[in-house]
Write a protein of this length. Structure first.
Length: 226
């Protein structure tokens, strides 16, 4: 089932402060290709109608060079990011100007499978939302002061992106929200009173945050070449 157009808002505002690298993580190269390029290529393989890239204005010049080298045949709208992820997504949504389904994705997740992107669009067309998530593998404990309490890991999931929604639902939620501390889109929609539908994510769909993540991403991408 398909409703309207397929939009994608790819958020590339990270500064990579937890990595010992002067280059923001979305621009770091893996096997000679920037992280961001792998991410965008996955969305183009999913036949997305409109791709909107959100990043800090001081990175526009770097991006122009990357696009010319790697993605010159593709149409990509570029939007200036905000002070937080929440603000950046809201800026990106301003360019979503038609009914349909919109996927929000972190540029620093370059190993996202195209089939997961497609699954999000299909599920969101039915349920209004589709959030990629994976079950915990390890036992967990909740820290409370100087002690900790065991929790049932089967009750918890790790949220990923893409997080995919009916366009009108997501735009309304972002327009209603006033707290920019939300760290993902599902939280914004949930706060606005809408049910969140989870779909099965991928353990390979890691978010690059540390140097070790780069090594893992290189391994995953070598196993699944474009």
């Amino acid at each position: 089932m398909t409703v309207g157009r397929r939009f994608a808002v790819v958020v590339a505002g990270g500064q990579g402060t937890r990595m010992n690298n002067e280059v923001p993580k979305q621009f770091i190269e893996i096997s000679g290709k920037p992280v961001l390029v792998y991410t965008l290529e996955s969305f183009f393989r999913a036949d997305v109608d409109v791709v909107i890239l959100v990043m800090a204005k001081n990175h526009f010049e770097r991006w122009a060079s990357i696009k010319e080298q790697w993605l010159s045949k593709h149409s990509i709208q570029i939007v200036e990011g905000g002070d937080s992820r929440f603000d950046s997504v809201r800026n990106g949504l301003e360019c979503v100007d038609a009914p349909g389904i919109v996927a929000i994705h972190d540029a620093a997740r370059p190993c996202v499978p195209t089939q997961l992107i497609n699954a999000g669009y299909k599920a969101a067309a039915v349920h209004k939302s589709a959030i990629a998530a994976v079950a915990l593998k390890d036992s967990i404990r909740e820290k409370t002061g100087s002690t900790s309490i065991a929790r049932d890991r089967s009750n918890y999931y790790l949220m990923q992106t893409p997080q995919t929604f009916d366009v009108d639902l997501l735009k309304k939620a972002y327009e209603s929200a006033s707290d920019s501390s939300f760290t993902d889109d599902a939280s914004v929609v949930d706060f606005d009173g809408h049910e969140i539908h989870l779909i099965e994510g991928s353990y390979q769909n890691i978010k690059i945050t540390t140097d070790e993540d780069l090594d893992l991403a290189k391994l995953f991408l070598s196993k699944n070449p474009a």
